[in-house]
Design a protein around this ligand. Structure first.
Ligand code: BES
Ligand code: MN
Ligand code: ZN
Length: 501
């Protein structure tokens, strides 16, 4: 997509569609008065008939004379005092979706002049550009029929800046949004890709392709070496699949030479059939999304490198497939993890924590500043928080707080659950150091308590994205399927880290 920042009033733009935001309580302000004066009767009558008042998500399509543009598209932002970056982002997405549905793929907007005035122009621009771009995403690689009937992708977005003092901030916000969206799109593509295509080594190849960015390196550790080093928990999960597992290790060095990296760890279960503890057939197809944590980590590397963030990163992705077979691990098996701890596998469907255990042990050797893992770890998380927030749990309270703040800023919300030591008792095993399930109560917490044993006292937080990685019905910001959740969150978090150091 072609993104540009243009000088001058939006009404002089030569894009076919102009997207203009309005507040329901600001019809007396100069901007909306000007709009009324330009459009005249059609807008007056839409207002008096109640068709369009500027309520949040309301839209009105006009075709006024005297403009180069064919469409003047008004999008309601609701009450000005209620307007947040989230609302601005969503409004931009609603407008984009409607326009794409009408086969309009080139648009101009100046919506970022509106929105929460306490937020800098760059942040508002970022929200608007993200909204537009994310709404334009589609995954149609495998649609060979009726391709011409699909709505077009987004071709062009012009950010129209009238006040030249804002020009640089708009440019910055738009650039950052574009980098973030590249990362989100990579994550969505990887998650939407079907299981027959995406083996662990396929993911490794996609990770290796990121090394076209300077300062980004990738190393892939194959099965033989994993076995030599003692990744017993990871290899136990992989045993049921005919596909070779691997550990993908990425580094991005955008920061100072001597600065400790932030480590990002992503669950990469390319398909989770449950293993011998086989899942029910219903919705099992969706378990191709069980590598959404890995996808978010790769997406964040793509975004951070594209934005040239001044930060050092390490990425660790354990990639496996969890399948039932004659070579699969059995319920009751005992595995020796990389840490040396033994794990009784009571349920082979609690596989994410097994591969993450070894990944965390491995990662701690880098002595990172912080470790953050993302994983579609528990169905219990979907029950607790639904699809609107991820769970965050960790041993480092300020880190958890910073992640929550990043969630607020990015619109990818995270909500803390407690990690009190009482919960760890549910993981006691009779025959090994611990078992891999803690029973039904507090399933998300006991999963995190399991991981905590392998975080080895490092500053660490775990984000359970089981409820947020996949969109069942389609929303303005994400069509049905993968959401790319985590990339926006981590980019907001890392931006904060850059300001701290
Ligand atoms: N990948 C699943 C968790 C999941 C469920 C992700 C729904 C996305 C949507 C995970 O590996 C799993 O199977 N967890 C089990 C754990 C249980 C056996 C302790 C679960 O949550 O049921
Ligand atoms: Mn599972
Ligand atoms: Zn899983």
């Amino acid at each position: 997509m072609d993104l540009s920042v243009e000088k001058g009033s939006i009404f002089n733009s030569d894009m076919p569609a102009l997207v203009v935001g309005v507040f329901e309580d600001r019809w007396d302000d100069a901007g909306q008065q000007d709009l009324l004066a330009r459009v005249g009767r059609p807008l007056e009558s839409a207002r008096t008939s109640g068709e369009f008042a500027g309520e949040f998500r309301q839209t009105l399509q006009l075709r006024p004379d005297g403009l180069k543009a064919l469409h003047l598209f008004l999008i309601g932002l609701g009450k000005s005092s209620d307007c947040t970056l989230d609302r601005l982002r969503e409004a931009a997405a609603v407008a984009t979706r409607e326009l794409l549905g009408r086969r309009v793929s080139r648009l101009a907007t100046d919506m970022f002049i509106l929105g929460p005035q306490n937020e800098p122009v760059a942040r508002r621009t970022q929200a608007v550009v993200e909204g537009v771009m994310l709404a334009g995403y589609r995954f149609d690689r495998y649609r060979t029929e009726k391709r011409d009937k699909l709505p077009p992708g987004l071709a062009r977005l012009a950010c129209q800046v009238e006040n030249s003092a804002d020009h640089q901030a708009v440019e910055q916000g738009a650039q950052l949004a574009q980098a973030v969206c590249r990362g989100v799109f990579l994550a969505r593509d990887l998650v939407n890709e079907p299981g027959n295509v995406k083996s662990p080594l396929y993911l490794a190849e996609r990770a290796a392709a990121l090394t076209h960015h300077s300062r980004l390196t990738c190393e892939v550790i194959g099965e033989e070496e994993l076995s030599r080093q003692g990744f017993g928990a990871l290899l136990g999960v992989a045993r049921g699949s005919s596909r070779e597992p691997c550990l993908i290790v990425l580094e991005y060095r955008g920061g100072a030479e001597d600065e400790k990296p932030v480590a990002l760890i992503g669950k990469g279960v390319m398909f989770d059939a449950g293993g011998i503890s086989l899942k029910p057939a219903e919705k099992m197809d969706e378990m191709k999304m069980d590598m959404a944590g890995a996808a978010a980590v790769l997406g964040t590397f793509e975004a951070a490198a594209s934005a040239q963030l001044p930060v050092n990163l390490v990425g660790v992705i354990p990639a496996v497939e969890n399948m039932p077979s004659g070579t699969a691990m059995r319920p009751g098996d005992v595995l020796t993890s990389l840490s040396g701890r033994t794990i009784e596998v009571v349920n082979t469907d609690a596989e994410g924590r097994l591969i993450l255990a070894d990944a965390l042990t491995y990662c701690a050797r880098y002595q990172p500043r912080t470790m953050i893992d993302l994983a579609t770890l528990t169905g219990a998380c979907v029950i607790a928080l639904g699809h609107h927030a991820a769970a965050v749990l960790g041993s480092d309270a300020p880190l958890v707080q910073r992640l929550q703040a990043a969630g607020q800023a990015s619109g990818e919300k995270v909500w803390e659950m407690p990690l009190w030591e009482e919960y760890a008792a549910q993981l006691k095993s009779e025959i090994a150091d611990l078992k891999n399930i803690g029973g039904r109560p507090a399933g998300t917490i006991t999963a995190a308590a399991f991981l905590q044993k392998f975080a080895e006292g490092q500053s660490w937080a775990h984000v359970d994205i089981a409820g947020t990685a996949w969109e069942d019905s389609g929303s303005p910001l994400a069509s049905k399927g993968a959401t790319g959740f985590g990339v926006r969150l981590l980019m907001a978090y890392l931006r904060g880290e850059c300001e701290l150091h």
